[in-house]
Design a protein around this ligand. Structure first.
Ligand SMILES: NC(=O)c1ccc[n+]([C@@H]2O[C@H](COP(=O)([O-])OP(=O)(O)OC[C@H]3O[C@@H](n4cnc5c(N)ncnc54)[C@H](O)[C@@H]3O)[C@@H](O)[C@H]2O)c1
Length: 269
């Protein structure tokens, strides 16, 4: 057989599009922000983490805004600034979410202030941002909203009794909002990653048996990279996905298809 086969390539053109990415300072959100910038969009990153001077100078096409998505005032201020400066908003990526180590317990052992904060950020934050942009998207009769959900939205696991159900709600938010606003030219979708190599997953990888064991649980044999989730988001927010709305895309190396009764893969030597 000949050497490596061509794998195909897609180039996105997001020139003149105005994109908001919550939690875009690191991890999956940063990869999404970078991918939009590389395809010539103007990106607003709304994050609790302030950018370093290096990040500011490296990314002139990104406007960083301090925003805690648990704060209604912060979410309103982000969208107001975008509209004041650009007069439009084309894409909202609801990505900012937390999974604190103190949440990795059965729910009777998760402190109320921890699960309340997760609800405020992971559930209400998505709703706040969407409610702020939707009136402008309706006026434009155009727009796309992506909710970052998770494989844990679709199936159970031990010790994610707070995180998992909220991620399920993110999928249903996208389906509900997707049908509600479809006649306004607005598409709403969720993306459900498997384990992706980000600070969030690095914080818990040891408890999950290490990176090799975690990767081996995915049929593809490895965990994903943030840019692989970003590619899915770029496709879903592009016109190439113009008939795709109110649904979820699992970007998970086949993890979701792996039935709980299936034999685990042997660890590679
Ligand atoms: N990493 C994974 O394996 C994985 C798997 C499935 C789903 N997800 C989902 O993907 C999204 C991104 O995950 P990640 O791994 O990149 O996370 P991460 O922890 O690496 O990064 C999250 C970003 O969100 C920001 N953020 C946190 N709280 C915020 C708030 N209240 N307001 C604004 N910004 C805030 C952080 O500062 C950070 O920049 C999340 O919705 C997560 O649930 C991640």
């Amino acid at each position: 057989m000949s050497a490596k086969r061509p794998s195909g390539n897609v180039t996105f053109d997001n020139r003149d599009r105005i994109v908001i990415v919550t939690g875009g300072s690191m991890g999956i959100g940063k990869a999404i922000a970078d991918a939009f910038v590389q395809s010539n969009a103007h990106v607003y990153v709304a994050d609790v983490k302030s950018p370093s001077n290096e990040e500011l100078s490296d990314n002139p096409d990104v406007t960083y805004m301090h925003c805690d998505t648990a704060s209604a005032a912060d979410c309103k201020a982000v969208v107001k600034k975008v509209i004041d400066e650009q007069g439009a908003v084309d894409v909202l990526v609801n990505n900012a979410a937390i999974q604190p180590p103190a949440s990795y317990h059965p729910i009777d052992r998760v402190p109320p202030e921890v699960w309340q904060r997760m609800i405020d950020v992971n559930l209400c934050g998505y709703m706040r941002m969407a409610a702020e942009v939707l009136p402008y998207m309706q006026q434009q009769q155009a727009g796309v909203i992506i909710n970052l959900a998770s494989g844990q939205a679709h199936r159970t696991a031990r010790e994610v009794g707070v995180y998992g159900p909220i991620k399920s709600a993110n999928v249903m938010q996208a389906r509900q909002w997707g049908i509600e606003y479809a006649r306004d030219g607005i598409r709403v979708l969720s993306v459900s990653p498997g384990a992706i190599n980000t600070p969030m997953i690095q914080a818990s990888v040891a408890e999950q048996g290490g990176v090799a064991a975690l990767g081996n649980r995915h049929p593809i044999g490895r965990i994903g990279e943030p840019c692989e989730v970003a590619s899915a988001v770029l496709w879903l927010t592009s016109d190439a996905a113009s008939f795709v709305t109110a649904t979820d895309l699992e970007v998970d190396g086949g993890l979701g298809a792996f039935g709980s009764f299936a034999e685990p893969y042997p660890m590679p030597r």
